[in-house]
Design a protein around this ligand. Structure first.
Ligand SMILES: O=P(O)(O)OC[C@H]1O[C@](O)(COP(=O)(O)O)[C@@H](O)[C@@H]1O
Ligand SMILES: [Mg+2]
Ligand SMILES: [Mg+2]
Length: 359
């Protein structure tokens, strides 16, 4: 692998090709998917950047499968991604936060061997107030026979992802992705319209600085969760306090913690027994990035990437970020509102996930 520094002028396309060369059997289809995601990211960035000038702020009158009112930019971003991928011959199906069912490749187009799952616009509640938002994506290889993508191809444990990443639309637009060879960040240079390598081989700082949690839900948290948050705040004298930072856009909170060191938490509670965030297109892709950057991700009962999904839009409690802070979760016996979806290992309940080599 060619070694690059943050100052090398390397486009994402060139970087993807160099990574592909490490796999002589590669067909270029996965590289093509990453190109198309970079293109879709640029197109969405364009919309987000000028949102205040065009009539694309605000809500539609439609409610999505999550029961949330769709924002205009949710719908626009979803369309941009579907159009970027529905003809390329690389995918056999897609799934989106904004669509109830699998999105099949239209008849007449060659179906590829991969499936793509995505959150077209993450942090929708922040769109109208100019706070960073993002796009999150996850890619798997098809496992079923036949050309069409099936639900089984979507419901694979996160450890089987072949690629994952996100685009953050903040003070600059960045794309961070992994194919299992480290996590790498690219910054969009608007003057040339190119994503350039700016953060090669990201390593999440082991010494955490930030805690990202919405404590407006504190009254609904069970006692062990409150105790965990007291630990992070240094209130039980076991550690120095983490500084609280919460944007309310998962991508933005995760990105800060990935670069600055920290832990993001979205616990379950009686009212939300599985938390809020979606396993397939929010938790799994960021967990893959976190692990590739030396961090961890758990649902409080085990490694997020080992969860066997059962539904397309299933939710999960999420603790994600710096290794030591995520491992701390294991010290607090969180109540199990629902089965954690992780195959039981005889006699152990290990909240702290132990990353294993992808199978
Ligand atoms: O307002 P809450 O309950 O803290 O939830 C905020 C969370 O919801 C989300 O906005 C959900 O994602 P979407 O905007 O893609 O639906 C996350 O980005 C964020 O972390
Ligand atoms: Mg989201
Ligand atoms: Mg969304």
């Amino acid at each position: 692998m060619v070694r690059h520094t943050a100052t090398s002028v390397v486009t994402i396309e060139r970087f993807i090709i160099e990574q592909e060369r490490m796999f002589p059997e590669a067909t270029g289809e996965l590289s093509g998917i990453l190109y198309d995601m970079a293109l879709a990211g640029k197109m969405i960035a364009n919309k987000v950047r000028s949102a205040g000038l065009a009539d694309i702020l605000g809500a539609t009158s439609d409610v999505n499968v999550q029961g949330e009112v769709q924002q205009k930019l949710d719908v626009i971003s979803n369309e941009i991604i579907v159009k970027a991928f529905d003809h390329g011959g690389r995918l056999c199906a897609m799934a989106s936060e904004e669509e109830p069912d699998i999105i099949h490749i239209p008849e007449g187009f060659r179906a590829g061997k991969y499936v793509l799952l995505f959150d077209p616009l993450d942090g929708s509640s922040n769109i109208d107030v100019n706070v960073p938002v993002g796009t999150i994506f996850s890619v798997y290889q098809k496992i079923t026979r036949g050309a069409r993508g099936e639900m089984e191809d979507m419901l694979q444990p996160g450890r089987r992802q072949v690629a994952a990443g996100y685009v953050i639309y903040g003070s600059s637009t960045m794309l961070v992705y992994t194919t299992g060879q480290g996590a790498h960040g690219f910054t969009l240079d608007p003057s040339i319209g190119e994503f350039l390598l700016s953060h090669p081989n990201i390593q999440i700082p082991t010494r955490a600085r930030y805690l990202s949690v919405n404590d407006a839900y504190e009254q609904d948290w069970p006692e062990p969760t409150r105790a965990l948050m007291r630990r992070y705040r240094g209130l039980d004298g076991q550690r120095s306090p983490l500084n609280v930072r919460y944007v309310g856009s998962l991508v933005a909170d995760f990105h800060r913690n990935l670069l600055g060191g920290g832990v993001f938490c979205y616990p379950a509670n009686e009212k939300a027994p599985k938390g809020k965030l979606r396993l397939l297109y929010e938790a799994n892709p960021l967990a893959f990035i976190a692990e590739q950057a030396g961090g961890l991700a758990t649902n409080g009962f085990g490694r997020i990437l080992d969860v066997q999904p059962t539904e397309l839009h299933e939710r999960t409690p999420l603790y994600l970020g710096s290794k030591a802070e995520v491992e701390t979760v294991a010290e607090f016996p969180l109540p199990q509102y629902v089965a954690p979806g992780i195959p039981e290992r005889r006699g152990t309940r290990t909240a702290a996930p132990t990353p294993t080599v992808a199978s």
